[in-house]
Design a protein around this ligand. Structure first.
Ligand code: ADP
Length: 488
């Protein structure tokens, strides 16, 4: 993109083309309004001068034709100012910004050439060119001309004036004195005009910087408010999550107590309530350990132990261990792969955590008689684990967001599925700790597929003998914990 080069005049980075256009619009608007004020001022002053001409100089007019020219120049410039003000009103009223600069030049030039005429005329009367000097200096202070514009405007008028002086002034001394005076005036006007222009541009730019930092602050504030809302929602949700299992544990314990008191209760009922206590204790255990892990991940003290391990066998074992559970839910779990064995560097415990989390979500969001497919496949440099279900699916606008903490598609307390909204964010962190990535393909009502991609690489430490076996043996308990959100 084109950039206006700063050349050290303004602070901060270069202005873009858009900034420059914005500044030009601002300058045009300011100039036209300033010209309007100047035109009213000239009108007012000339009106007074016309009265002075009429009352005081009347007797002098017949002796000095300069007084007559003075009178007509005041009348003439006032007529021009009235016409200019009328035209300016039209274009300002209709907001014709493209004409602002042209109108501004018109006003400046009418005043400067009136100044030249008055100056030359004054030479005859008072021997000075005060009118021209006042006009040029006043314009250079009040109107914001760019360096090139002020150069052409003021120096062209200087040349015309010098020609005028050369034609009308016969005395060489007066001629040279005036040429020196007006040249100094024009130089001062040019410098003042440039300082004025740069100050305006600087002010505009600083204002823009302030405005943009204000906007940035407002955006950050908005984000903070959103985060605050998310936090409040999370705490509302987490209290619900903590209260539900606690209520059930408490209620079950009371039921057991009353059954035991009556002593005629049936064992079946006691078993039912004991089961409830167990499941809800699992839920609380899961919730608390998720919260602890979340805090450890945030503090970057969460560590993974990478060892070389057959990822295909590991994923198959985990899926098979969960198959019994899914069947009890009326959902079939099918593991399939074309890869026989694949040794990669991973933390088997964390892979189990990732898999159980994804499987638990799939079970939670899939209806009875639905299916879950687990597949391991290879792509260039990666081993991919896919967990696909035929469940309710995820809306397009939520696909990226569900990996963020506390985000749930259905956040209502009335939702028929439990959960804290931190499972997937932990899964994502665990995958990233393996230098891998996770993505989701899903369409609403058609099911979802979560794909975990892990780098196809090995490390120098191998899995200890018996480690995978002991992991396998205790898996049922961990499945109970990870699946505790899913009620019978
Ligand atoms: P939660 O404990 O609420 O399940 P997660 O972080 O595990 O938290 O999941 C976040 C949200 O992502 C879920 O509440 C659900 O809306 C959506 N989600 C996750 N997995 C699935 C899936 N397999 N099918 C449909 N929606 C899912």
């Amino acid at each position: 993109m084109f950039k206006w080069v700063n050349h050290g005049i303004l602070p901060g980075p270069d202005l873009t083309e858009d900034d420059q256009i914005e500044f030009e619009d601002y300058r045009k608007e300011l100039n036209i309004n300033r010209c309007k004020t100047i035109a009213y001022f000239v009108l007012y002053i000339n009106f007074i001068l016309i009265i002075v001409d009429l009352l005081l100089y009347k007797p002098l007019r017949s002796a000095h034709p300069s007084y007559t020219y003075l009178f007509y120049s005041h009348v003439f410039v006032n007529i021009l100012m009235i016409i200019w003000l009328f035209a300016a009103r039209q274009i300002i009223g209709r907001k014709i910004k493209s004409k602002y600069l042209l109108m501004c030049y018109l006003c400046i030039n009418i005043i400067i050439y009136w100044g030249i005429f008055m100056g030359l005329n004054d030479l005859e009367i008072s021997g000075q060119m005060l009118a021209y000097i006042i006009c040029v200096l006043a314009l250079s202070i009040f109107i914001y001309l760019a360096p090139f514009e002020s150069f052409t405007t003021y120096f062209v008028s200087l040349i015309i004036l010098i020609v005028g002086l050369a034609l009308f002034v016969k005395d060489d001394k007066i001629l040279y004195n005036n040429i020196v005076n007006i040249t100094i005036t024009i130089l001062c006007a040019y410098i003042a005009s440039n300082i004025n222009y740069i100050t305006l541009k600087k002010g505009f730019y600083s204002n823009k910087v302030i405005l943009s930092s204000k906007k940035e602050l407002e955006e950050k504030n908005l984000k903070l408010k959103e985060y605050e809302k998310l936090r409040t929602d999370f705490f509302a949700n987490i209290s619900h999550e903590l209260r539900t299992p606690l209520n059930i544990i408490y209620g079950s314990q009371q039921m057991i107590e009353s059954i035991l008191l009556q002593r005629n209760g049936e064992n079946r009922n006691i078993e039912k309530y004991l089961k409830m206590i167990k499941q809800n204790s699992y839920r609380l255990t899961r919730l608390v350990s998720n919260l602890i892990d979340m805090t450890k991940i945030d503090a970057t003290i969460y560590q993974i132990g990478l060892v070389n391990c057959d990822i295909v066998g590991l994923v198959e074992d985990i899926s098979m261990s969960a198959a019994g559970y899914t069947e009890s839910k009326g959902i079939s779990l099918i593991f399939d792969t074309e890869v026989e064995e694949k040794i990669i560097s991973c933390d088997p415990e964390k892979i189990e955590r990732i898999m159980l989390n994804l499987l638990s979500n799939s079970i939670k969001f899939t209806q009875i008689s639905g299916s879950i497919f687990v597949n391991v496949f290879l792509t260039k440099g990666y081993v991919n684990i896919s967990v696909k279900d035929t469940g309710i699916g995820i809306p397009d606008d939520m696909k990226e967001l569900i990996f963020d903490r506390f985000v749930q598609v259905d956040k209502t307390i009335k939702r028929n599925r439990e959960g804290s909204g931190i499972g997937l964010s932990i899964v994502k962190s665990l995958v990233e700790l393996h230098n891998g990535s996770i993505r989701v393909n899903s369409s609403l009502g058609q099911g979802s597929e979560f794909i975990v991609s892990l780098p196809d690489m090995v490390t120098n430490s191998d899995c200890e003998d018996g480690y995978l076996k002991s992991l396998d043996e205790q898996r049922i308990e961990r499945i109970r914990i990870e699946f505790s959100d899913i009620y019978e």
